[in-house]
Design a protein around this ligand. Sequence first.
Ligand code: NAD
Length: 267
Amino acid sequence: MIKVAITGAAGRMGGRIITLVTEAAGLEVAGAVEMAGHAKLGEDAGYVAGCGNLGIAITDSLEQALADADVLIDFTWPEVTIANAAVCEKLKKAMIVGTTGLNQEQRNIITRVAESTPVVFAPNMSVGVNVCFKVLKDIAKTLGEGFDVEIVELHHNKKKDSPSGTAVRMGEIVADALDRDYDQVANYHREGMCGERTKEEIGMQTVRGGDIVGEHTVYFIGMGERIELTHRAMNRDMFARGAVRAAGWLGGKDAGLYDMQDVLGLK
Ligand code: NAD
């Protein structure tokens, strides 16, 4: 049995992850954590998640939740994830990081933590998106320089970070395939007389509204033709399922930084 602790236990993703861990063969919930002062502290994690009582009370102590756990699944907020990663590093617990919006300094910390414990870090844990990541590289390499690349992502109106971690990853994959530096060529903003599009730039646009779970389209726009690669998330379970699959995969792995391409065997 792989024992899983979940942070953000009362959050949108945390609740679905708790439910899916209870349904997964070979996995069980060993701890559930929420922020200090949260209204759900002390309540049963399964009850809060809507999957029946589990006998696991939601705590604000990560150390306590990890005492009997092998792996932490963390879908919270960047600064929380970084604090939690330090605890996993200290206790030598495996960690799955689903939180998006980490800055470069925070990503470096995750990379350092992965030197002493196994970490899966993926801005998007869906199988479909990860297959898109794989084919994007081939499309970009094959089309080469003749096509303008624009990325548009849509999410619900509660999303805090923009553009999404998935859109940034898509941009990085295309930039890498075309031998460009993503940070130099990403263009997040066009307004007024901003001039013609450069050949190298990768346009990054965001749409926010309602309850859209997540949509990403990469446009490769040439002369007289264009390719649109679109992924649409219908609900959050595909992300939660990916995280649960990663928890099963991570059991017994050596320290190191892994992503969903590793988990899914796409490398
Ligand atoms: P949410 O706001 O519903 O949930 C976050 C939860 O974390 C909240 O319940 C909050 O109270 C809790 N939290 C805050 N501080 C905490 C602490 N110190 N300890 C424990 N819990 C704490 O957000 P969400 O929609 O569940 O998304 C969470 C993150 O996951 C976001 O960064 C989102 O972009 C990301 N996400 C990633 C994927 C993926 O596939 N990688 C998919 C969906 C969402």
